[in-house]
Write a protein that binds this ligand. Structure first.
Ligand code: COA
Ligand code: MG
Length: 293
């Protein structure tokens, strides 16, 4: 699965921002036809994204196109406009039922067959940003074409009538629901946008909190957000070193016949080993990515 620490949006009709995005070393580039694009520019966005997919070299960045939501009346034209140019994935916003994914998956599969591409080579990422989306996650997150669930904090707050605050306590339940569903089906949970893009310190704090919750990456809207978000979602050297010590000492203690033991005055047992293994797995992914870049 592609690593998605930072997923950058830009309006699909904005050629300048699209060409800028491929210079930023960002994990995923999401050219948007939905809310980032004005109603009067939907048609222009389709043409511009198709052109970008044909003409630009995205390097190691993943190329994604976000269509309008099911029932908007635009979704069919959106997906048909970009599929012939093989994006790496389609992002469907405001998903509320697994049928929304099945609809896209069928259209994608017929394009894959028509063009002779490998079936399932075009992935689906979805936005969960309404109360119904959260309620139906159990079924939604099980779809086999799905790679990631992107949690839309602003839309979700509007959906439940919550007031957004800086520490986002009003979103905690839904963020954790997304993480739990993604973990159960081994797909990636991606966290909310920090819309105050000039406040890099707030971005760092929010990204680190999201990483601690269990998100593997975060949505961003501005080039200045790339580096802080990538750093927050890459395990640091101390975390990796500590995780390695847990794995090593755990093996030794098992040999001694002890399930629980003490390391630096803290109790270590199976759940801490599993957590350490997750940290090492993510560290390994970052190392692989550095070599690929
Ligand atoms: N992707 C790529 N490049 C971007 C960008 C983005 N999302 N946002 C800004 N840039 C570029 C600008 O074009 C500018 O390029 P230049 O230096 O070559 O001229 C540079 O980064 C600095 O931009 P800046 O002037 O600080 O921002 P702005 O005032 O032009 O734009 C926003 C601010 C918020 C309007 C803009 O960042 C944006 O549209 N973001 C995406 C919004 C979106 O897609 N929302 C929907 C999904 S939530
Ligand atoms: Mg949204």
């Amino acid at each position: 699965m592609h690593s998605r620490r930072a997923l950058l949006y830009m309006p699909g009709d904005n050629w300048k921002m699209i060409t800028k995005s491929i210079t930023l070393g960002v994990d995923s580039i999401c050219m948007d036809m939905e809310d980032g694009t004005a109603v009067s520019k939907k048609a222009e966005a389709r043409v511009t994204i198709a052109k970008a997919l044909q003409e630009l070299d995205f390097g190691a960045s993943e190329k994604l196109a976000r269509i309008n939501s099911n029932g908007s009346g635009w979704e069919q034209d959106d997906i048909e406009a970009v599929l012939p140019y093989h994006p790496d994935g389609i992002v469907i916003p405001k998903v509320e039922s697994v049928d929304h994914i099945e609809w896209a998956s069928k259209i994608i599969e017929s394009a894959e067959l028509k063009y002779g591409w490998q079936v399932n080579s075009i992935r689906v990422l979805i936005g969960i940003e309404t109360a119904k989306g959260i309620l139906n996650l159990k079924e939604i997150a099980s779809h086999p074409r799905l790679d990631a669930v992107i949690f839309g904090g602003e839309d979700f707050a509007a959906s439940i009538g919550a007031t957004r605050t800086k520490d986002a306590v009003e979103l905690l339940y839904a963020r954790q629901a997304v993480i739990v569903a993604c973990t159960a089906y081994d797909i990636q949970p991606l966290d909310i946008v920090t819309i105050d893009y000039k406040d890099i310190e707030a971005l760092r704090v929010e990204s680190e909190f999201g990483a601690r919750l269990g998100f593997v990456g975060k949505q961003i809207i501005h080039p200045a957000q790339v580096e802080p978000v990538q750093t927050a979602f890459t395990p640091n050297t101390e975390a990796i070193a500590y995780a390695k010590r847990i794995v090593e000492t755990f093996e030794a203690s098992q040999k001694e016949g002890k399930g629980a033991y003490s390391l630096d005055g803290k109790m270590i047992d199976m759940p801490l080993l599993k957590n350490a293994q997750k940290v090492l797995e993510r560290g390994l992914q970052s190392a692989t990515r550095r070599i690929a870049d």
